[in-house]
Ligand binder design. Structure first.
Ligand code: NAD
Length: 248
């Protein structure tokens, strides 16, 4: 393990441009279940269909009793060592930024500055009719008053979260992330099963790949280094090693 940490640190230091690609697994240590592991949401429900555009429009009661619960629980969570390590690498100018599938805002809370949120975010909501934006707390207050589906104060249209749901188009951040990766040498994948399309194709854009995920992924065989370890400890150890090598 220690030798691999040293190789990872050297890969990061020697790469001209590096990005991290994160998934739900970087946030499980903050108490947010992922989708696909043994303690994930799939064990008790089908999160993808509960968070689909179709269900929101045709069966809002299901959306707001199942899918919305996943989003509502994210607000009070805190970043862990993994998020903090990536923010530190960015501060040290050894990471250009983070591309995340997560919608929990924990990279921003940890101090990451350059972020591409390719599955949206849970800071805001908008009306599907007039497009007016509101803070997420507006939706929470309406749902708590049993206004289901919550309606726009401007036009009466249905309000929805700014997260990418099954059946939605990918946001502009996804295309921007692809453009970044076209000039990126190293990608560090953290806590993603790499099974959600089109994000699972992103590792193909880079020459060097490090994967940190507790279970195997379909890209393991294309990676320079694979850690089947916990994200927080591994990233913390890599940052410590980077600082050692650079005498910081
Ligand atoms: P996923 O659930 O498919 O995969 C998560 C992976 O992380 C699994 O392979 C698991 O083995 C691994 N993992 C779990 N805990 C880990 C840890 N402590 N250290 C290292 N690895 C760990 O998640 P995905 O690939 O991100 O795709 C699921 C979709 O669900 C994404 O669209 C994501 O946006 C969404 N999602 C987001 C959150 C969040 O914002 N925190 C939570 C659940 C799901």
């Amino acid at each position: 393990y220690n030798e691999k940490i040293e190789v990872a640190a050297k890969l990061i230091i020697s790469s001209k441009k590096s990005f991290a690609l994160t998934g739900a697994g970087i946030s499980t240590e903050s108490g947010i279940p992922d989708f696909r592991s043994e303690t994930g949401y799939y064990q008790k429900m089908d999160p993808i269909s509960a968070l689909s555009r179709d269900v929101l429009l045709k069966n809002p009661k299901r959306f707001y009793s199942e899918g919305y619960k996943i989003l509502e629980d994210l607000n009070d969570k805190r970043p862990n060592m993994g998020h903090i390590a990536l923010a530190e690498l960015e501060r040290l100018k050894l990471l250009s930024g983070v591309i995340t599938q997560n919608i929990d805002n924990l990279h921003a809370k940890a101090g990451s500055e350059r972020m591409y949120e390719v599955h949206g975010e849970t800071r805001g909501i908008h009306c599907i009719n007039c497009g007016k934006s509101y803070d997420f707390s507006v939706m929470k207050a309406k749902v708590e008053k049993n206004e289901i589906p919550p309606k726009c104060d401007n036009c009466g249209g249905t309000l929805r979260p700014n997260v990418v749901m099954f059946g939605d188009m990918m946001p502009d951040d996804f295309q921007r992330a692809v453009m970044e990766l076209e000039t990126t040498e190293l990608l560090i994948v953290v806590g993603s099963s790499l099974t959600v399309s089109p994000v699972n194709f992103l590792p193909r854009y880079v020459d060097r790949l490090i994967i940190i995920n507790s279970t195997p992924t379909p890209e393991d065989r294309n990676a320079d280094l694979v850690f089947h370890e916990q994200a927080g400890d591994t990233l913390k150890d890599i940052v410590t090693e980077v600082k050692n090598i650079n005498g910081i």
